[in-house]
Design a protein around this ligand. Structure first.
Ligand code: ATP
Length: 239
């Protein structure tokens, strides 16, 4: 299947005072160049897993290797390679739209010119040029999410982790986001996509990892998984 970018080995996570583990003995690899969906209902443990893959939470047990090394050994290297688009509201909400993109680009090591040029391209691609001088905090929820995606696009990340990137978007913008995800993948970017919406995601993802109650229930190519997973589980995951 090619080069392994991530290797999750028996990864568990338990929040303080929680009764149940948020992640429970999860193992699977992520390969270079794929689009992998992490699918599961509310509270399944998807965001916790992603936070562990970004080195923000250390596994309670198990290990996560990034390009062959324990991610906790070198989070700086990880942050250069991986762009993370989170569900959580930005810390940058006092910035104007163009500033949020430009400064993210600068933080990711772009020169002034590169950051300016990429900011313009992303505003254009997201059809958000008219909001360039608007404060992030004054945007609608959906517009903010688009700019959040923009901040994942800026720079030269080889891996993008997108946490429910189409939430709160209208059908046209959802289509745009799926197109952008495919464009990025065609440029060689590995995409890790957290979603509830298998019906939309199945059009773009290559493999899906299904998580529920913190456990990995299944991982496979979408078509194979659809054959294997019984109707009851599919309904539970989709709804
Ligand atoms: P959603 O789709 O609703 O975003 P999710 O699959 O991303 O859900 P997580 O946010 O990873 O799920 O949560 C997994 C479990 O961990 C849930 O039971 C949740 O209540 C619990 N949890 C999440 N964050 C915390 C926290 N900071 N402290 C304690 N428990 C938490």
């Amino acid at each position: 299947m090619g080069e392994r970018i991530y290797e999750l080995e028996h990864v568990s996570y338990c929040y303080k005072k929680a009764v149940q583990k948020a992640n429970d003995d999860i193992s699977f690899p992520i390969y270079k160049g794929e689009i992998i969906g992490i699918l599961g209902p509310n509270g399944a443990g998807k965001t916790t897993l992603i936070k562990q893959m970004m080195g923000q939470l250390a596994p309670t047990s198990g290990t996560i290797k990034f390009q062959g090394q324990d991610i906790l050994n070198d989070t700086k290297h990880l942050l250069k390679q991986v762009a993370y688009y989170s569900q959580e509201t930005f810390a940058l909400s006092f910035l104007k739209v163009w500033e949020s993109l430009y400064f993210t680009g600068r933080l990711r090591g772009l020169t002034r010119n590169e950051a300016k040029c990429q900011t313009e391209g992303i505003l254009e691609r997201l059809d958000m040029n008219e909001y360039r001088h608007t404060l992030l905090k004054s945007l609608s929820g959906g517009q903010r999410r688009l700019i959040g995606l923009g901040t994942a696009l800026i720079g030269h990340a080889s891996i993008m982790i997108l946490d429910e990137p189409t939430n709160e978007l209208d059908p046209l913008k959802r289509k745009l986001v799926w197109e952008i995800i495919q464009e990025q993948n065609q440029k060689g970017v590995t995409i890790i996509l957290v979603t509830h919406n298998i019906l939309e995601a199945e059009k773009v993802v290559h493999r899906v990892a299904v998580i529920n109650h913190g456990k990995l229930l299944a991982i496979d190519h979408v078509t194979k998984l659809k054959e294997r997973v019984d109707q009851r589980m599919r309904l539970e995951v989709i709804t």
